[in-house]
Design a protein around this ligand. Structure first.
Ligand SMILES: [Zn+2]
Length: 68
């Protein structure tokens, strides 16, 4: 029996804030270890390369809908 990590993320709402600042979160990523992080557009761009290097997975991306 395979135990799967529950990666189901809740949809981002206007209540969600970037983990680096207080701006509205528009991207949610899940790390390989399972921890979820929220990002505003600005901080996601800043950390995108690092996140890619860590194998983080984008589970929610509202950037196409929101103009940051
Ligand atoms: Zn931010």
């Amino acid at each position: 029996m395979v135990t799967e990590v529950d990666r189901s993320a809740h949809p981002l709402t206007a209540e969600d804030r970037c983990d680096r600042c207080s701006a509205r979160a528009v991207v949610q990523t899940v790390m390989l270890g399972g921890g979820a992080l929220l990002w505003c557009g600005h901080h996601f761009s800043t950390y995108a390369d690092a996140l890619n290097g860590l194998g983080a997975e984008i589970v929610c991306d509202l950037r196409s809908r929101e103009t940051a």
